[in-house]
Design a protein around this ligand. Structure first.
Ligand code: DX5
Length: 228
């Protein structure tokens, strides 16, 4: 059985109410979140433009939570210093977005930050074989990045299980994170498949229920899940 304390919900502010962002950050912290994610999009790597280092700096000012900067942008190496300076604790780059991934991961760590690498749904796990030992987190996208509220891609479950097996076989222990379409229906599936950090935007910041109730519902959904 999974110990639910070993699973983290990582609220994505993409779906937050930006007219009261500070309050929405405090709400997820009060509801037990230990980290949150800033979804950075450039309109080129993904079809949407969202937010930059200024939002990371503003969020840093209102919370001690661990801040993940998920850079869904081309040439992230040009912008990593800005997010490090803004106060991000963990910077995630896409394998597909940087030509020299080892150099980019070393750049992040050289700035004293944790490094994460993300894979889009169609990108093979094999592209990570040479970098796994250098990263603190691997993010398996369970939607095609660009927008909140998209449908979960169930064919990512075998990919999660293969990643878990790959890491276990090599004795590597980066966090396995998922992002996209995480809800009380899909959270138990990804946890059973090996995910331990669940990025959730529209399931947390939803008009259907308060943030605290939404996070409690997510937690309850995977409590008692058996590992595969
Ligand atoms: C990529 C974004 C979204 C967001 C989570 O599109 O990174 O995945 O964080 O969106 P939800 O939880 O609403 O699917």
């Amino acid at each position: 059985m999974i110990d639910p304390a070993t699973v983290e919900i990582c609220p994505s502010i993409l779906s937050a109410d930006f007219t009261r962002l500070g309050e929405q950050v405090r709400e997820v912290a009060a509801a037990g979140a230990r980290r949150l994610q800033i979804d950075v999009m450039d309109g080129t790597f993904v079809p949407n433009i969202t937010m930059g280092a200024g939002i990371a700096e503003a969020v840093r000012r209102v919370t001690p939570l661990l801040i993940e900067a998920h850079l869904m942008i081309v040439r992230p190496e040009l912008h990593i210093p800005d997010f490090a300076k803004a106060g991000a604790d963990l910077i995630i780059v896409h394998q597909e977005a940087t030509l020299h991934l080892h150099r980019t991961v070393e750049q992040i760590k050289g700035l004293g930050k944790q490094a994460g690498v993300a894979l889009n749904p169609a990108t093979s796990l094999s592209t990570l074989e040479e970098i796994l030992e250098y990263v603190d987190l691997v993010l398996i996208m369970t939607v095609n990045p660009g927008f909140g509220g998209q449908a979960f891609i169930a064919s990512m479950l075998p990919k999660l299980r293969r990643l878990r097996a790959m890491l276990d076989a090599r004795g590597l222990t980066p966090l396995i994170e998922v992002d996209g379409g995480i809800s009380p229906q899909t959270a138990p599936l990804v946890v059973a498949a090996g995910a331990r950090v669940l990025v959730a935007g529209s399931a947390v910041y939803t008009p259907k229920q308060p943030v605290a109730a939404a996070m409690a519902a997510l937690r309850a959904s995977y409590d008692g899940v058996a590992t595969v």
